[in-house]
Design a protein around this ligand. Structure first.
Ligand SMILES: Nc1nc2c(ncn2[C@@H]2O[C@H](COP(=O)(O)OP(=O)(O)OP(=O)(O)O)[C@@H](O)[C@H]2O)c(=O)[nH]1
Ligand SMILES: [Mg+2]
Length: 242
């Protein structure tokens, strides 16, 4: 389980308690996980607090970037550094129910998929306490990804959620993704374009309870629009060339 983070000191206790809940569920199924935290140059002491709280946990591992490179870069460091054939990505702020890792694993295995992605915008999913403006932006982006990707993205309702389970080999075979927040949507779009099997699992997105959002709305929106432009142009080209 790769957990990238940047300046999340206020959420250390919460993430430790959340993973303790997951420990119990994994043990019931005799599954062994590694919790691979990736510190993306935090300057608020998150890594020290994590070591103090979880350092003796058998599943705990910590990788670190010397400076802040962005979510996508940290996710790549985690994906390359992980050992298991199946890889989950989970938000440090625990804004998705951690139990859903098991639902993602089950869906991936049952449907022989390469990617199982959590989806608050699925008709069976839910969003709790997230501001209307933020939600509108994120839902609009997902709708545009569907348009840009066409039929291949049928059945996918959420692009921006990074909470997923991947077959690690399939993930690492995708083209390099961007260093920033865009990576979550980009990886899913590339997986779909390359014909990987993607399944969506309804999930619940809640507002973060600790720390502050790192998402910078304007640069992220601009990056999405550029990506969408490229994907749309690619779709048009494929259509014209038959
Ligand atoms: N590695 C890395 N992780 C980051 C960075 N910024 C945010 N993250 C992590 O990525 C996850 C999502 O970031 P958030 O700030 O929660 O962004 P969000 O979920 O879109 O927005 P909110 O939940 O509303 O704050 C969290 O686990 C963050 O700690 C970054 O620059 N580098
Ligand atoms: Mg968050």
């Amino acid at each position: 389980m790769v957990i990238p983070f940047y300046n999340e000191a206020d959420g250390v206790e919460h993430v430790a308690e959340t993973l303790a809940r997951l420990d119990a569920l994994l043990a019931q199924r005799e599954l062994v996980a590694e919790y691979l935290f990736v510190d993306d140059g935090s300057v608020d002491g998150t890594a020290d607090l994590l070591r103090a709280r979880l350092g003796t946990h058998p599943a705990f591992r910590l990788l670190a970037h010397p400076g802040n490179r962005g979510f996508g870069a940290a996710f790549r460091t985690g994906a390359e550094g992980a050992h298991a054939p199946l890889l989950a990505c989970y938000d440090f702020d625990c804004t998705y129910p951690v139990e859903d890792v098991l639902a993602l694993l089950d869906a991936l295995e049952a449907q022989g998929a390469d990617v199982a992605t959590a989806s608050p915008y699925h008709p069976g999913g839910e969003v709790v306490g997230v501001s209307a403006g933020r939600l509108l932006q994120s839902k609009a982006a997902s709708a545009l990804y569907r348009v840009a990707l066409g039929r291949a993205s049928r059945g996918i309702h959420t692009f921006s959620c990074a909470f997923r389970v991947y077959r690690r080999e399939a993930l690492l075979a995708l083209p390099p993704w961007s260093d920033r927040f865009l990576a979550a949507s980009e990886v899913l779009a590339q997986a779909i374009l390359r014909g990987l099997k993607v399944v969506e699992v309804p999930s619940v997105l809640s507002q973060r309870q600790f720390g502050v959002s790192k998402l910078r709305s304007l640069p992220t929106t601009v990056a999405h629009l550029r990506m969408l432009g490229r994907l749309g142009a690619g779709r048009l080209r494929r259509k014209l060339l038959g």
